[in-house]
Design a protein around this ligand. Structure first.
Ligand code: ADP
Ligand code: MG
Length: 701
């Protein structure tokens, strides 16, 4: 009954009107009554406690004090007037201070009358003071509605400038509660409510806005977070199931001669257990009647390529073609060369298609692709062009998937009437928690083990004051024949300064490592491409000992003999970038090192980043920390996700609730895929409302 009422545009709510409606929409995205009651408080102020002045602590949060004002005066200062009152209780005294609205306050405040005041205290020169306290006469306070916890709603400067204060928002929400008599349609099934001991929707809504006590607040938060995550998961899982039912794939039912021949004769190493497990998962998908839609995660160097290749061989064994798309020409080239080497003379035709392939060569590729003569096509975005038509594309693999948009991926699909199986691979570890929400409609495989024999990179943190020791270490490594990277940050906003740092650093290194004993390369963004290339090549060929560079070396460079990575001003890099940079070393047989250089002044977040790097080489662990530090908004891929718009839950902090919600969503959809059972009617109703109001199919196609 209240569903329609809640869809009413906010402008019609008593106390809103066109002006405020516009501000509410612009600032908080609130269009309807429903949006407003789903605006949840960021935090709550505890109003159950009264403090005495002699109990006040420095750095305390908001406090509530009973006392009276004994005098009030205006104090003139260089930077303007302020109003100062002396406030006392039976234990001491403090000051109240106003900078704004002084006239009104002076005229309305009563001296020697008991007040309850509320606010945050400052401690200065041995005294406590409270700027702009909230004040209420004690008599009124005692008569009024008892508020235990005062909700604090999200706010913006514009909102407060337009007079839409916290109090106003709270009043508006109260208005809606009064209109619907506090009754909200239940959105979960009795089974879920019972099993998880949840409070009802109405009770939860009331206590989130007007908590009766801490315990009920906690229950309200749990219930609403669960509900929110549950419906996100419902959408993702329903989509995944629909996929499997409706979207037929080509069954690759046999493991044929090519795969077996490759496995027994050409495989240059034993697969790791993780690779074997992932290959099994992929084979199970390919053998079923449903179209595969799988994400393969694995840190840099974990060996995703061989898994991709073997999946492609399965496609070929079953009479299909396969393609592999990479985000850059360098990567596509690497794959092409690497895969041809692996295949040897096994009799598979592979071609490379990138932007720089000549027209004539392109034409041949197009023809061979259409005739079926070509088995595997490797390339860049060029693969997506309309001219590229296959005889029968059975498997499409996308490397470094985060660099491609959703639209690009779905384009690959539509190369056939029946979509090919899709495997997307990423080396940018996405924390499992995030992956589950972002890609809940993809199946996920993880290679969580590196091939044997790799020596973990030793990482240390050194202060700039220890530079001489670091230089000494470099000298020793160079004596052993190793090469060294020294990387400087280049952050757009401070480009000129960063450039100066780089040149200063280069000069100081050149002084300590003079010609002719030492050769140094330098590479940065302001150089001409051919100069860059020349310097790069000198380092690759081993003609120079040290490479001084900005982060341009992050992609594409592979110098196995380089065993030391020095990162200057390491505190300025993000975790994932530090991890990527470190990945440039540790590619040869020698022990590799990563030295993180910083000054002494470090924020606590920077300290955490450095510690994390020193403690672990595990990209997933690093990604988890990164997610905790930065929140999901900054991570790539989140734009594609419904998880960005979460109103109350937080996928990092509420990870356990997320898991529970996912579990319940899976159970429910297994048991009642169309939500027709009577006991699930509340869920059916809520779910259909949800997908009516937003197009959920657009997330990942
Ligand atoms: P990534 O997952 O970063 O794409 P690659 O597939 O490029 O990693 O593999 C990195 C290196 O490890 C390659 O040189 C590859 O030949 C090698 N490799 C892969 N799997 C194994 C394995 N099971 N044993 C030994 N070396 C392996
Ligand atoms: Mg790779």
């Amino acid at each position: 009954m209240n569903a329609n009422y809640l869809q009413t545009p906010i402008v019609y709510l008593k106390g809103v009107g066109p002006n405020r409606a516009e501000t509410l929409q612009m600032e908080l995205g609130i269009r309807t009554y429903q949006d407003l009651i789903n605006l949840f408080p960021n935090r709550y102020l505890d109003k159950t406690q009264y403090y005495k002045i002699n109990q006040l602590q420095r750095n305390s949060s908001e406090v509530q004090i009973i006392g009276k004002i004994i005098n009030i005066k205006t104090v003139e200062q260089k930077n303007g007037k302020r109003l100062v009152a002396t406030f006392i209780d039976d234990t001491g005294q403090m000051e109240l201070v106003w900078f704004r609205g002084q006239k009104w306050i002076r005229e309305n405040l009563k001296l020697n009358t008991p007040y309850v005041l509320f606010g945050k205290t400052n401690f200065y020169g041995g005294n406590f003071s409270m700027p702009h306290p909230e004040m209420e006469l004690l008599v009124e306070h005692e008569q009024g509605l008892k508020i235990f916890m005062q909700p604090i709603y999200p706010s913006t400067e514009k909102l407060s400038n337009k007079g839409i204060t916290n109090k106003v928002i709270s009043k508006l929400i109260q208005q809606i509660f009064i209109d619907i008599k506090g009754k909200f349609t239940e959105a979960l099934s009795p089974k879920i409510i019972n099993e998880l001991h949840l409070i009802s929707k109405s009770e939860a809504m009331f206590n989130i806005h007007f908590p009766k006590n801490q315990e009920l607040l906690a229950k309200a938060q749990f219930r609403l977070k669960f509900e929110e995550l549950f419906y996100v998961q419902m959408q993702l899982i329903a989509k995944n199931m629909l996929h499997k039912q409706r979207i037929k794939g080509f069954p690759f039912d046999k493991v044929g001669t090519i795969f077996n021949k490759f496995y027994s004769e050409s495989l240059p190493f034993e697969l790791t257990n993780a690779q074997k497990r992932v290959l099994k998962e992929i084979r199970a998908d390919l053998g079923s009647n449903a179209q595969m839609n799988r994400l393969l995660q694995g840190d840099v160097g974990s060996g995703k390529t061989i898994v991709a290749l073997m999946a492609m061989l399965l496609a070929i064994d079953n009479g299909f073609q396969a393609c592999l798309m990479a985000p850059t020409e360098i990567l596509a080239n690497q794959h092409y060369i690497g895969i041809q080497e692996l295949l040897g003379d096994i009799g598979i035709n592979v071609a490379l298609l990138t932007g720089s392939v000549k027209k004539s060569a392109r034409k041949i590729i197009h023809e061979q692709l259409e005739s079926g003569e070509l088995h595997i096509l490797i390339g860049t975005h060029a693969l997506l062009e309309d001219k590229v038509q296959y005889k029968n594309l059975g498997l499409a693999i996308v490397d470094e998937q985060h660099r491609f948009g959703v639209a690009q991926r779905s384009k690959l699909w539509h190369k056939n009437d029946i979509p090919p199986h899709v495997l997307v691979m990423t080396a940018t570890p996405i924390p499992r928690t995030l992956a589950m929400s972002l890609y809940g409609d993809l199946d996920i495989s993880v290679i969580d083990e590196l091939p044997p024999g790799r020596k973990p990179i030793k990482t240390v943190h050194r202060y700039d004051s220890n530079r001489l020791k670091v230089f000494q270490f470099i000298r020793e490594e160079i004596k052993k024949g190793r090469q060294i990277y020294v990387v400087y940050p280049l952050i757009q906003e401070s480009e000129a300064l960063d450039y100066k740092d780089l040149m200063d650093g280069y000069e100081s290194i050149a002084r300590d490592f003079p010609l002719p004993d030492y050769q140094i390369s330098i590479v940065h963004g302001q150089m001409k491409p051919e100069d860059k290339d020349y310097e790069m090549q000198r380092f690759v060929k081993g003609e120079t000992n040290i490479m001084v560079a900005t982060t341009v070396i992050e992609v594409g460079v592979n110098v196995p003999n380089a065993s030391v990575m020095i990162i200057e001003s390491a505190e300025r890099f993000g975790l994932s970038q530090l991890h990527q940079l470190r990945g440039r070393v540790g590619r040869g047989a020698d022990q590799s090192f990563c030295i993180l250089m910083t000054g002494h002044k470090l924020s606590s977040e920077a300290k955490t980043r450095l510690q994390t790097m020193v403690q672990t080489n595990d990209g997933f662990e690093i990604a988890e920390v990164d997610l905790k530090l930065r929140g999901p908004g900054d991570l790539m891929g989140t734009q594609q996700s419904g998880m960005l718009n979460l109103k109350i839950a937080d996928i990092v902090r509420d990870n356990d609730i997320l898991k529970t919600a996912r579990y319940y969503a899976i159970q429910l959809l297994k048991d009642d895929p169309t939500l027709q059972k009577e006991e699930n009617s509340a869920i059916n109703y809520t779910y259909s409302q949800l997908i009516k109001h937003k197009n959920i199919w657009k997330y990942i196609s």
